[in-house]
Write a protein that binds this ligand. Structure first.
Ligand SMILES: [Zn+2]
Length: 280
């Protein structure tokens, strides 16, 4: 955004209009990643660059305006539990999905915004993902991965790509194939429900999402929650958590009819970010 032309003669009204345009444009744009300061941000940055190279990262879209209020409310509650800033980045993939990486980036697949029926379902999904980051689940996953596939990684290094890039590729694959244990998933559900409740979103949203999946056709089930037999257990764990903590959860209705409808414009235009336009 280059506005370096002399504006000394511009009226105050024009400046205000310009600021409004800039502000609106920024609202609808992907946040940029943090500079690398440690291993977690480095791993997160590698994943970002891999998704960027694949052309998946959506730079600007009206969808960001729908995502932003939910993401902001969750960040206000969750940020104190994690040292790096949470950033919510839209990506274009075929399956409705969301996944979080070490370093604070939470990737939200555009079609998830079309899939969810209400704000509570979206908030529940995002609270769940943020909780994986707070629990360092991605880091633990990669530590396990390193032990299992060290020889493969070492062999590949000889062929050229850097180790961290390979680990990023492995992490992306894991995050897309239900790489976490059911225990880690349930823990993220529980912490996520605490975060959602504190952010003012009905934590039953995630339960409603699970229930919708159980009625959905297999091909339409988002990968992030497609583990059918486990969903029943996850619903039970959440319900128990709500029951044992009435001071936090009794004020929320279990009835999906109480939900806030969530809708986004169909065929919202999407501008993709490419490595050359990353400001590097
Ligand atoms: Zn999960």
């Amino acid at each position: 955004m280059n506005t370096s032309k002399s504006r000394s003669t511009t009226s105050a009204l024009q400046i205000v209009s310009l600021l409004v345009i800039l502000f609106t444009t920024c609202l609808a744009q992907a946040p940029r990643p943090e500079p690398v300061t440690d291993q977690e941000t480095e791993l997160g940055q590698q994943v970002y660059e891999t998704l960027l190279a694949k052309g998946e990262i959506i730079d600007s879209s009206p969808l960001y305006q729908s995502l932003k209020p939910v993401a902001d409310a969750i960040t206000r509650v969750a940020q104190s539990r994690y040292p790096h800033p949470f950033k919510f980045i839209l990506v274009h993939e075929t399956q409705p999905n969301a996944f979080a990486t070490p370093g604070g980036n939470v990737y939200v697949v555009d079609s998830l915004l079309h899939f969810v029926k209400n704000t509570e379902q979206l908030a529940g999904t995002l609270c769940h993902e943020v909780s994986h980051t707070i629990h360092r689940d991605g880091v633990a996953l990669m530590e396990k991965e390193k032990r299992i596939e060290r020889h493969e990684i070492e062999a590949a290094i000889l062929l050229g790509p850097t180790r961290s890039h390979l680990i990023a590729i492995a992490l992306i694959a894991k995050l897309h194939s239900l790489g976490y244990s059911r225990e880690a998933e349930s823990k993220a559900d529980v912490t996520g429900s605490d975060i959602c409740a504190a952010a003012g979103y009905n934590p039953w949203g995630l339960v409603w999402l699970f229930e919708d999946f159980q009625n959905a056709q297999v091909g339409q089930i988002p990968q992030l929650l497609s583990d059918h037999p486990a969903n029943g257990t996850r619903i039970q764990t959440l319900k128990q958590h709500f029951q044992y903590n009435p001071s936090t959860f009794s004020r929320f209705s279990a009835d999906p009819k109480s939900a806030t409808p969530f809708s986004v414009p169909k065929d919202a235009p999407e501008v993709f970010l490419h490595p050359s336009s990353n400001g590097k």
